[in-house]
Design a protein around this ligand. Structure first.
Ligand SMILES: Nc1ncnc2c1ncn2[C@@H]1O[C@H](COP(=O)(O)OP(=O)(O)OP(=O)(O)O)[C@@H](O)[C@H]1O
Ligand SMILES: Nc1ccn([C@H]2C[C@H](O)[C@@H](COP(=O)(O)O)O2)c(=O)n1
Length: 674
């Protein structure tokens, strides 16, 4: 996951490949609650690992459920068998509506029948999300529910015992959020000694989510009877029975970003999305119908879909989105690539989600330059051809972050493509922690559009250290080009090749079986990380690096590191030779005395004996060879910014380079920068 203040997406051009979706949030939290209320054990496969499931799991644990993660396999949930194991708990539910609503209903009923006191709270936004309709329904049943802040909003206190009135139908509004009805359906089997009727007041929205609830209840032994979408009956004697094992489908709302990706950018091979398909329980799979209406070519299997671009530009759309409330946000960004204005209707529920999504989408689309109109329950988005580089505020809303990533394809409709900055990208942790990593695996950009920062300089000036900390802040990849020369020297020695035999060493460089993984460097099956850092490897590297054929042999390998979302490359000729078009080049120096001292400290801390005078002599000799060679000598590129860090801390150098980077990016001005 990118835990950084912002993530810059360079202009993207194409998409192809396979995506495996994380588990559905809606199904994961429903299954967890049902397994937690059941007697016995349930093995839950493919559970979503995210912020919203984490708060549900933490709550179940507090309530006495036993949770055991089978190594690399399912989660084993031992439920409480509908019997309270504790009669007091304070549960923190973050911003997870799928945890807050059903736990409120379940604990209100358990407190009423078995006694107890439970407090449920969340983040500030959760305390602004209405829950009054559910509170009213529970109070109507005889439960004691207190709103501890504003009436009709969390935090809540649920207490008991109290007498339940189950003979009259429970009435609940269905026109604000279907989660209130879901909450009652999931919880009322706890007290179903007689038939319990639920009457929905108003037109029920988001019916597909109720379908999921009913299907999952069935898997746990509860057959709810339904009369249209107005009356639901939980039969007397209903008891949660664990199915033993259950698989969570991929998240259909998360699939929407990749369906859209296929429709926009899969012009050759399709995007294949695994985890949802025609057999899916989730209503949001019907997003593919909307994508098809906009021109996507879709091939569906039971548990997968493949999507390619069809019509281009996309066809404008006018759609009632009530059946796909979450996925419909994706359509708002697709509309930028359409042949006319698109209107999304019946989306009032967007206003009570993680943020007011109608306001959020309209505001952020306008930052890109789009013309947007909005009403109480609708949004109209006009196609965009004159794009502005924008820093997209994400409102702690995972879906805003994910759907705006699609704006990075603007180069497909404009001759002047712009990058897109996603602020606080870690908000995707709510449902899809690895969203951006997954996206980068299936999209491509022109190499020249992928940003590179080069950091060149003499040995021990701190290039590698600075490259690592700058890359960390930006979420970029690091190229330690010196490691390639060091590995070449090591491999040549091992092969018995003299280091001054240019062609023979170049042949070895061309066939290096080198891998970088989790901060380690592998030559074939051998971890050579520590061997590479020995002073002897540095000297050997400096010798082999003087040969033009060796440099030529390693050139493509270095260019291949230019990957999404960006690169920080350190070495001697990164700015002058390998990445001459880098938008920021740094030439890093420090006095020889400082560098010798730093190297000395570095070696001593690793338990390697060293003497400062000898080290200084060695590094000056190495500098002289690196500067004096004819092939790509160590020198500052003409357009490099010079930085002498002799008197700076690592953090000071990092912040200075990041400020230079901010100047080099198009996100200037307070409205657009972070
Ligand atoms: N201000 C500073 N900036 C960078 N590194 C510093 C700074 N102060 C101390 N150091 C330390 O200097 C040592 C050498 O840094 P580093 O290994 O990054 O240099 P390098 O230029 O990449 O060396 P080489 O060219 O040999 O790979 C490290 O132990 C690092 O922590
Ligand atoms: N781009 C590069 C990187 C490194 N070298 C040579 C010169 C150095 O002395 C040697 C080891 O580099 P280090 O790991 O210390 O950065 O490799 C080069 O010529 N060009």
């Amino acid at each position: 996951m990118f835990k950084i203040p912002f993530l810059d997406l360079p202009p993207l051009r194409a998409a192809a490949g396979t995506v495996r979706l994380p588990g559905s949030k809606s199904i994961s939290n429903r299954v967890l609650l049902l397994a937690g209320l059941s007697e016995g054990q349930t093995l839950v496969h493919d559970l979503l690992d995210s912020d919203d499931t984490a708060v549900m799991l933490a709550s179940l644990k507090q309530l006495g459920c036993v949770l055991e993660q089978v190594e690399g396999g399912p989660l084993k949930v031992t439920g409480i068998g509908a019997k309270l194991q504790t009669n007091a708990a304070k549960l923190f539910l973050g911003n997870a509506g799928t945890a807050m609503r059903p736990l409120t209903a379940a604990l209100a009923l358990l407190a009423a029948t078995q006694g107890g006191e439970f407090e449920l709270s969340g983040v500030a936004r959760m305390h602004e999300r209405p829950i009054g309709d559910l509170v009213d329904a529970l109070r109507g049943l005889g439960c004691e529910v207190a709103c501890l802040g504003n009436e009709g909003y969390p935090p809540l206190r649920l207490s008991g015992p109290s007498e339940l009135k189950l003979s009259e139908p429970v009435r609940v509004r269905g026109d604000v959020s279907s989660q209130f009805l879901t909450a009652l359906l999931l919880a009322l089997p706890l007290v179903a000694e007689q038939d319990i009727h639920i009457d929905v007041v108003g037109e029920l929205i988001s019916k597909p989510y109720i379908h999921i609830t009913l299907e999952l209840l069935k898997r746990f032994g509860i057959e709810v009877k339904r009369e249209g979408w107005q009356r639901f009956t939980i039969p007397a004697g209903s008891r949660y029975r664990s199915p033993g094992e259950i698989h969570v489908e991929g998240d259909a709302s998360s699939a929407s970003y990749f369906v859209a990706l296929g429709a926009i950018a899969a012009t050759g091979q399709p995007i294949r999305i695994e985890g949802v398909g025609s057999a899916s329980l989730q209503g949001d799979v019907r997003f593919v119908e909307a994508a098809e209406a906009m021109g996507a070519v879709v091939r569906a299997e039971a548990n997968a879909v493949e999507v390619k671009r069809g019509a281009w530009p996309l066809r404008a759309l006018d759609l009632d989105c009530n059946h796909i409330p979450d996925a419909a946000m994706t359509l708002a960004v697709m509309a930028l690539y359409a042949d006319g204005p698109s209107t999304l209707r019946n989306i009032a529920s967007w206003r009570v989600k993680e943020t007011d999504r109608i306001v959020a989408m309209a505001t952020e689309l306008r930052k890109l330059g789009a013309q947007v109109e909005e009403g109480p329950d609708w949004l109209r988005v006009h196609p965009l051809r004159d794009w502005q580089p924008a820093a997209i505020h994400t409102y702690d809303d995972h879906r805003v972050a994910m759907c705006f990533s699609l704006a990075a394809f603007n180069g497909l409709v404009t001759a002047s493509p712009v990058p897109v900055r996603i602020l606080e990208p870690q908000c995707v942790a709510k449902t899809f922690p690895d969203y951006f990593e997954t996206l980068f695996e299936v999209v491509s950009a022109r190499p020249e559009d992928i940003p590179v920062i080069t950091i060149d300089g003499p040995t021990a000036s701190g290039k590698g250290t600075l490259a690592d900390v700058v890359a960390h802040e930006l979420g970029y990849i690091v190229l330690d080009s010196g490691a390639l020369y060091r590995a070449t020297g090591l491999a040549a020695r091992r092969a018995g090749v003299e280091l001054d035999e240019a062609e023979a060493v170049a042949a070895i460089a061309a066939k290096l079986d080198l891998h970088f993984a989790k901060g380690r460097v592998w030559l074939g099956d051998e971890d050579i990380t520590d061997a590479l850092r020995e002073e002897a490897s540095g000297l050997a590297a400096s010798q082999v690096a003087a040969h033009a054929p060796v440099r030529a042999a390693l050139n493509q390998l270095q260019l291949d590191f230019r990957c999404l979302p960006g690169l920080v490359a350190d070495g001697r000729d990164m700015g002058s030779m390998v990445f001459p078009d880098a938008p920021l080049k740094v030439f890093l120096t420090a006095s020889a005395a400082t560098r010798a001292e730093r190297r000395h400290k570095q070696l001593i801390s690793k338990g390697i004996p060293a003497n400062i005078a000898g080290l200084r002599e060695d590094l000056e000799a190495r500098d002289a060879r690196d500067k004096g060679r004819t092939a790509s000598p160590l020198q500052a590129a003409a357009d490099a910014r010079r930085l002498d860090n002799s008197a700076q801390t690592i953090e000071e150098s990092r912040d200075l380079v990041l400020s230079w980077w901010a100047e080099a990016r198009p996100f200037k001005g307070s409205a657009l920068s972070h």
